[in-house]
Design a protein around this ligand. Sequence first.
Ligand SMILES: [Zn+2]
Ligand SMILES: [Zn+2]
Ligand SMILES: [Zn+2]
Length: 334
Amino acid sequence: MELRKDPITRSWVTAGYDEPVTAAPDVCPLCLSDENGAQPLLALPPSGPAQVRVISHPRPLYRIEGKTERVATGVYDRMTPVGAHEIIIESGDHSQSFAHMSDEQIERVLDACAIRMADLKRDTRFKYVSAFRNEGMAAGQEWPHPYSQVVATVFVPRRILYELRAAREWYADHERCVFCDILRQEEKSGKRVVDSQGDYVVFCPYASRLPYETWIMGRAHNHQYEAARSGANRGNLAGVLGRTLRRLEQVCQAYHLVIHTAPNSLQKKSSLREYWKTIAADYHWHIEILPIVPGRTKSYSLKETYFNDLLPEIAAEQLRQLNTQLPVPSNPRS
Ligand SMILES: [Zn+2]
Ligand SMILES: [Zn+2]
Ligand SMILES: [Zn+2]
């Protein structure tokens, strides 16, 4: 496997696959990893029986060993896919649904994301660490067991680069964080706000790319998800996230969820160094949830332009009215 850079868009593509893809094993590898007693990278809570465990991905996209230098061939650049690829096993219960876990359990998963992101950022080879969750086969979920993933890369993903550049420009012009400005305006109008708890607000973004696209953002400015501000309460984030996912499962069976946080600022020699000057003030971490809605996937297959046939104001209105009780008493899917 190698990383290839598109010289025009500057995005990196992981190309090829080293290992032959064998048939799916009969035993769930995430259940198995619990039974074989292997030492996890992290177990929460720290004492007593583990409720959340982090392991290396059995077939990682990126590997921790190796050097990161680029090789240029004419206009093309490539690199070895050095990085890290980890699995957060969200429960010991194979058939548990993430949306239906208790707030405490969701908070443990959110804590595990933060701890692993902070730890991987100590490796100065890594420019970016992402945490994400793919729910449903249509979103690329590999095993039915509830899990999320943490990936550390030697490049900053393209979408993050767009956000970083835009946030930095907005800050240069206004001396304010664009995300704080967006959230203030959304709360003032209320049209696209779905829910809130403590400092966390859920809303459908103004230019939603997909039906029911949903973002979660904190009112208190912070560029790093993994470094919670004093007074930040991840329990409130867990509460609002659980309710949001219980709303979304009534309108879609699959989604991508991603935590967008600042890149690795320990990267001193990075080409991104110019960003570090204002990044603590100009960038703001947030969660994006991108649902895959059956019959409305047209927009998703055309990633260059988005055609969203559902106005976010209407999506927010619908989502506000959906049941968020634990457990949801009548699930239209069943
Ligand atoms: Zn399992
Ligand atoms: Zn902000
Ligand atoms: Zn984002």
